[in-house]
Design a protein around this ligand. Structure first.
Ligand code: ATP
Length: 363
């Protein structure tokens, strides 16, 4: 596609020891991030962790309390928003209701006094980028949510921003449209290569879209890594929990056997878990496993199998989620692909594969 953002696709963003305080609340606490040119960086975390505050400081609608923000190593935290060349898409789209789609998209160019001819061309290119050429004369309320979101995207891109900021841009869309828009966003980023910072609390979105993910909690970055690093090697309990490791066992490594440590939980559950460099026998550890990595079987026994009883069974189409009460008193979450019928009350065996058990640091 024509590339209205083409002129500026090589901007890196440096966030150095940035803090934001509102009175007694520290919304962002000494955050440092190095975002390379062309990167798609997600800020992932629960509500209230400081994602939007950090984004607002990069945009320039909020001042930093401490620290520095730079684009290509040039400070921007001390210059006004309109001089930073940042494009922004808000969760609620924030379109002007009394302006046509064409004029909504052209607004940023009017503010910059771009000549009429060039304006027309760039608006046309931006609309075609999000496949909305045919709806240019309509008004926002005559468009669907997904179409409005694409207008917001075109409006942000038409000014050729150095950096594109997206604050939960898909969260007002229904599940199906959300997935479609996610693919479109991904393609757009691949085509334009524009440095993008994306705020979300949805781990699937963050993992699918990003080249780098920063997981945040309480104003602090807990871990930065590629989606794979975050998913396979969460650095602590918070990150593990947030990206879907729902089962945790506290205990001690009491011995070893071949490639495995032998772990004993406080309740007496004994599990073999793959050795790693970071731990040794005698350590207190937190062991975790994802719901989809526990197998439910009937009548098996042996190493890493635990007896249990189905408490809740929750069929949701492709998968069935179970809550199982183990013989050691743990409530375990288990996801099984497809429909396997273990009604509530079924006695069965859980198998926890040593290869899927992970040791993480406590919060
Ligand atoms: P959400 O996903 O719900 O938008 P978030 O991760 O974006 O959450 P922020 O909006 O950045 O979180 O808020 C971080 C913290 O700062 C919260 O505790 C919030 O109450 C507080 N906060 C944000 N803006 C202000 C403000 N203008 N005045 C006082 N406190 C604020």
């Amino acid at each position: 596609p024509q590339n209205p953002a083409g002129a500026q696709t090589s901007t890196s963003v440096q966030i150095e020891h940035v803090t934001k305080r509102f009175g007694n609340t520290t919304a962002v606490n000494d955050v440092s991030l190095n975002i390379k040119s062309g990167e798609f960086m997600s800020l992932l975390g629960p509500s209230g962790c400081g994602k939007t505050t950090l984004l607002s400081m990069i945009l320039g609608i909020l001042d930093v309390t401490d620290g520095e923000i730079s684009f290509n190593a040039t400070r921007v935290d001390d210059i006004p928003m309109h001089k930073r060349d940042v494009g922004m898409v808000f969760q609620n789209y924030a379109l002007f209701p009394h302006m046509s789609i064409r004029n909504n998209v052209g607004f940023g160019l009017d503010m910059r006094k771009v000549p009429k001819k060039e304006r027309e061309k760039r608006v046309e290119d931006a609309l075609s980028l999000v496949q909305l050429e045919t709806l240019a004369e309509r008004y926002p309320k005559q468009l669907s949510g997904g179409q409005q979101q694409r207008v917001a995207l075109a409006r942000a891109l038409v000014v050729r921003p150095k950096v594109l900021l997206l604050d939960e841009p898909l969260s007002n869309l229904d599940a199906k449209l959300r997935k479609e828009m996610r693919i479109q966003l991904k393609r757009l980023h691949q085509d334009l290569g524009i440095t993008t910072i994306y705020v979300t609390h949805d781990q699937e979105e963050a993992l699918s879209l990003s080249t780098q993910v920063a997981v945040m909690s309480q104003g602090v970055v807990q871990q930065i890594g590629t989606p794979q690093e975050i998913f396979l090697h969460p650095c602590n309990q918070f990150v593990a929990n947030f990206i879907g490791y729902a089962n945790f066992f506290e205990g001690r490594l009491e011995g070893e056997s071949g490639d495995n440590f032998i772990f004993r939980s406080e309740d007496g559950l004994v599990l073999a878990t793959k050795k790693d460099q970071a731990h040794s026998v005698g350590d207190s550890v937190l062991l975790t496993i994802k719901p989809e990595n526990i197998k439910l079987v009937e009548g098996l026994s042996g190493r890493n199998s635990v007896g249990g009883r189905v408490v809740v069974s929750d069929y949701v189409g492709n998968t069935t989620g179970y809550e199982v009460l183990s013989e050691f008193g743990d409530h375990l979450k288990v996801n099984v692909l497809g429909f396997e019928s273990f009604p509530e009350g079924t006695e069965l065996t859980l198998y926890l594969d040593p290869a899927h058990l992970l040791m993480v640091a406590k919060e």
